[in-house]
Design a protein. Structure first.
Length: 202
């Protein structure tokens, strides 16, 4: 059984501090033309994904700095959904900055997740491939990423064990999907290639 890229829930993996305690993912507000700063201290070494999902009212940018003040990752798209993927080291402090470039406040969700496992595969032109994934026994928030090779448009849909659509990504870019899973439930991940050539994805 193939398994797709899964990112474990972050709550037990690290510490993120700001004005309030961090619990897996947290909701925050950044004021107009202002920056919110968080300190992230992982409890292990490995690859993580840091993402923000804003309310749609302004442009948010995401920056990550190491403990030497060096910029090590950023996402500066023109919307308020940002994602970076980077390697972190146990016990080191990292600074996460969320900058609001708009003239009104923005309520956003912030999540940091360790990358647990991934698979490289290929989907043929105008075809789909499916993968099975079983959620952890404790359930929790799951995050899936899909990165194509850039040659075609890939869509991703995730179905629960009853065949109900749980979440989908239909944009023309890479996808980052987050949802709350049921303990131990098996999900089907469907990746569709809408192009006329094959696409190699992770």
């Amino acid at each position: 059984m193939n398994r797709f890229a899964m990112i474990t829930a972050f709550a037990a993996a690290a510490a993120l501090t700001a004005g309030s305690a961090f619990a897996g993912s947290q909701s925050e507000r950044v004021q107009a033309n202002d920056t919110e700063i968080f300190t992230y201290t992982p409890d292990g070494s490995g690859e993580v994904i840091i993402c923000i999902d804003g309310d749609g009212d302004t442009d948010l940018d995401l920056y990550v700095y190491d403990d030497g003040g060096n910029l090590i990752a950023s996402d500066l798209s023109l919307d308020d959904n940002e994602l970076v993927r980077l390697r972190v080291r146990d016990g080191r402090d990292y600074e996460i900055q969320v900058r609001n470039l708009g003239n009104v406040f923005n309520d956003f969700d912030l999540e940091v997740s360790f990358v647990d496992e991934s698979v490289n595969d290929r989907v043929n032109a105008n075809a789909s491939v499916t993968f099975d994934y079983r959620a952890p026994r404790r359930g929790g928030t799951l995050a899936f990423t899909l990165h194509g090779d850039g040659d075609t448009d890939l869509d991703i849909r995730i179905y629960d064990s009853r065949g109900n659509l749980v979440v989908q990504g239909l944009s023309f870019d890479d996808h980052y999907l987050v949802f709350d899973s049921n303990p131990g439930e098996e999900y089907e991940i469907e990746i569709s290639n809408l192009g006329d050539v094959f696409n190699v994805f992770t």
